[in-house]
Ligand binder design. Structure first.
Ligand code: ATP
Ligand code: MG
Length: 306
């Protein structure tokens, strides 16, 4: 897939002197769902805001579909839909008018059929005539999404779309995202919810303190996640790993107090009986058994701590 967004050597220092982004290099492929994970203050919103032309960069280049966001701003901005993190809405406007007006801002002709489709997709059709003021928080977020989709963007940014959103809206939202992906729209979302990235994303990027510290195919990350370990705590420490247990796939920890067996829970079903029979045959007695799993969360936290 050719890239739709190419970021190279991007940095941002705010007027306060704070360096929010440091030498970011990142390529987003056409049609993918990319999840950007990172703790509060990592620079996610800053990065998105620069690509959308809301915040000016300090150094580096950003290309959207081959156009530089500097000189090509009008063209690049039109390709992008942004669902911002903050709820900023014209509260006295009606839902339908407000969403329709967004098309106008991008110089596009009125298209009632498209607006109807978007409003229906987001379960807002029956609120078309309601003033935004009268909507609940979750409905307002739906309006923000509808507004971001009004001008049929080719790239959609969702900045913390699940913050303060109930299960129902989250489901609706992910259905919309899947439909958009089917239609060839590229989606970039930021989130604190690792399960969300797991469920939705094709690739995952982790940002911490203004630096991208990992970009990985989700499947590869899931394989890492699939790693599990069976631990057998021994009554008496062993000096060395008996050869027969080594042949079964066991390892002995430092100090000899624990046998462990690593397995891939996605490919292999753990045959505890067979493993324990092996331990019994070696005449080793144990006091406890446990399993542990490395999750995407563990990987993420480990990375961010470093
Ligand atoms: N206008 C500004 N002036 C000065 N510093 C800013 C400005 N906007 C953001 N920052 C700082 O830049 C850093 C990154 O902020 P940003 O909003 O990009 O983080 P984030 O990853 O989106 O965080 P969150 O998960 O909380 O939304 C923070 O330390 C923030 O205080
Ligand atoms: Mg943010």
């Amino acid at each position: 897939m050719p890239p739709i967004i190419e970021i190279s050597g991007l940095s941002k220092t705010y007027k306060t002197g704070f360096s929010a982004l440091k030498n970011i290099n990142l390529t987003i492929d056409k049609g993918e769902i990319f999840a950007l994970l990172g703790p509060n203050g990592a620079g996610k919103t800053t990065l998105i805001s620069i690509i959308c032309g809301i915040v000016t960069k300090s150094t580096g280049t950003v290309m959207v579909d081959g156009q530089d966001i500097g000189p090509g701003y009008r063209k690049t901005r039109q390709m992008i839909g942004l669902v911002p993190q903050e709820l900023h809405l014209p509260i006295f406007e009606k839902v339908g008018d407000s969403v329709s007006f967004t098309r106008h801002l991008f110089g596009l002709p009125r298209n009632d059929a498209h607006i109807e489709k978007v409003l229906k997709q987001l379960s807002l059709w029956d609120k078309k005539e309601a003033k935004i003021l009268t909507l609940s928080g979750g409905m307002k977020r739906r309006v923000l999404i509808a507004k971001a989709l009004a001008h049929e963007p080719r790239v959609l940014f969702l900045d913390e779309p699940s913050a303060g959103v109930d299960v129902e809206l989250r489901k609706d939202m992910w259905n919309v995202v899947r439909d958009l992906r089917e239609a060839g729209v590229t989606i970039i979302l930021t989130t604190h919810y690792i399960e969300e990235a797991e469920e939705m994303a094709d690739r995952v990027g982790v940002i911490s303190k203004g630096e991208i510290i990992l970009v990985e195919d989700k499947k590869v990350l899931m394989e890492k996640m699939g790693q599990k370990q069976l631990n057998i705590i021994l009554e008496k420490p062993l000096e060395a790993l008996p050869q027969k247990l080594g042949a079964l796939g066991f390892a002995l920890n430092e100090g000899g107090s624990q046998l462990s067996y690593k397995y891939d829970s996605k490919r292999e079903k753990l045959d505890v009986a067979k493993l324990l029979a092996g331990v019994a045959r070696a005449k080793i007695s144990y006091s406890d058994i446990s399993t542990q799993q490395s999750s995407l969360e563990d990987i993420f936290l480990g990375l961010v701590k470093q």
